[in-house]
Structure formats: C-alpha cells, structure tokens
Design a protein around this ligand. Structure first.
Ligand SMILES: N[C@@H](CCC(=O)N[C@@H](CS)C(=O)NCC(=O)O)C(=O)O
Length: 201
C-alpha cells in the first residue's frame, strides 16, 4: 500500500500512529507531497477527488481517503481492538472531537498562510480557536477517565490533535487551566508511535 503523506499533516499522523500501533508500518510506502487547497499535488488529486491527504492507495481495491476511513480500515485489516465494540460510540465521538479540533486548527493556519494579508479575517481565526478551546475544555472536564483507559482510536486522534496544537499554535498555551489533559498528553506523547511521528515541515 502507498500512503500519500506529509510529515506536517496531523490527519496523516493519525494514520501513521495507527499503522505503528497495529504493527503495519512495513506494509506501507510513503509518497511525500506538498498540497494545499490552492495548489493540489498530483498524487493527492489522483488518489482523492477532494485533493486532500491522507489517502491510502491499495493494490487490491480503490484508494481510501479521509483519516477516519483509513484508520478504521487499518484497524479492521489488523484485527486490532482500537475500535472496541463495547465503547464504540464513545470512541467515535472522541475521534470526531479531536478531528473537529484539527479542522479548526488547520483552517487557522490556512487563513494566515494562504489568504492575501489584507484579507485575513482575525475574528474568524478567533472563532476557530473558540472551537478548539471548547473541545479542550470538554476533554479536560469529561473525557479524562476514557483517555486513561485502554488504548483506542479516540486517544490516538486526541494525541495527534494536541501534538498539532504544540506544532502550529504553541503561543495559545492550550495547557493553561487544563492540568489533567496536559498530564495525560505528557505521558501519551512518549509512546514510540508518537515519538516516531513528531510533526515537521
Ligand atoms: N477530514 C480529512 C481532512 C484532511 C485534510 O484536511 N488534510 C489537509 C492536510 S492537514 C489537506 O490535505 N489540505 C489540502 C486541501 O485542503 O486541499 C481527514 O480526516 O483526512
């Protein structure tokens, strides 16, 4: 299989961490691309009509895209328990919470990087951060016992989301007032799968 990849993408990181945690990293080669909404990489467009990464090109079926689809496929392929049946709706909701944080956090970066400087809309950037902050508070207040439970896809998604906040939004001090979540992430970030996928440009 071939993963259309960028080391800076947090959605790609979800897939890379899942590959590592399920023992499938060696089954995938990486095709690195630089892709944005304004300049879509050919390999991304060929594998995904939306032109986004990650996309997983498979020898035995159509390409898969969207990190949630790819992770679910890889977990099924490895017969792993990262989407445990008895906690499925919690795990999916937690993954959706992390992905929503990431969507908002990535849009903030695009607003600054891709939009002409005189058109950057600061109120909109702050509104996106409001979504991230609301999700961080929910994680810190309502999800801690789940986060400290057995490893699942929700935890992986949250770990990648927090790693992205450190990578691109370090000035926002997401840890402030969220000691529980900060403490959980300090340990989670030490996993081999996380250390092997620290984001870079
Ligand atoms: N929901 C998608 C989001 C993927 C996404 O937004 N990827 C970004 C990179 S972090 C991208 O490909 N952006 C290029 C674009 O928006 O055209 C997923 O979970 O895979």
């Amino acid at each position: 299989m071939k993963l259309i990849h960028s080391p800076s993408s947090p959605f790609v990181r979800k897939v890379s961490v899942t590959l590592a945690e399920t023992g499938q990293s060696a089954d995938v080669t990486l095709e690195g691309v630089k892709t944005t909404a304004l300049s879509t990489a050919d390999a991304a467009a060929a594998a995904n009509p939306l032109g986004k990464i990650p996309a997983l090109v498979r020898p035995d079926g159509p390409a898969l895209y969207d990190s949630r689809v790819i992770c679910r496929y890889l977990v099924a392929r490895a017969k792993s328990d990262l989407y445990p049946e008895e906690r499925l709706w919690d795990v999916l909701t937690l993954e959706a919470t992390a992905d929503g944080m990431l969507e908002a956090a990535v849009l903030m970066v695009y607003e600054k990087r891709l939009r002409p400087e005189n058109m950057v809309f600061e109120d909109w950037i702050e509104a996106q951060w409001g979504k991230v902050a609301g999700a961080l508070d929910a994680l810190n207040e309502r999800w801690m016992s789940h986060l400290f439970g057995p490893l699942d896809m929700g935890q992986i998604a949250v770990g990648c989301a927090l790693g992205y906040l450190d990578f691109r939004h370090g000035d926002r001090n997401w840890r402030q007032g969220r000691d529980g979540l900060a403490g959980w992430y300090a340990e989670f970030a030490k996993r081999d799968s996380m250390l092997a996928t620290v984001p870079s440009d």
